[in-house]
Design a protein. Sequence first.
Length: 127
Amino acid sequence: MQEWIAICQLTDIPVLGSRRVQRAQGLDVAVFRNSEDQVFALLDRCPHKGGPLSQGIVHGTSVACPLHNWNIGLQDGCAKAPDEGCTPKFSVQLKDGRVYLDTTELTAHAIDETRPIAGPARRTVPA
């Protein structure tokens, strides 16, 4: 049985924007709101180069990654063609104007995912 935790009011999420939810372990979860007041939740990490999806622009049921403009589907977390890859999605509920996330998913889902480290490529020097 799913247990839900209230995250915020729907009006706390900007229209065509997002709100980040910090977790004790793992990367943040981004909760998005579109112009139809639908809400979606994804790991705050683009599958391409790890960009923060919470800083992207929402359009319809997609978000554009702020780093390289990849379009990620809010319903499934997958990149739109021709790009490939997915970011984990989270169950979300909207009830009486409040946004809820599944507590089990918040504590256990995709906690091993990391954000890539920027910088020059590392080389191993032969011994």
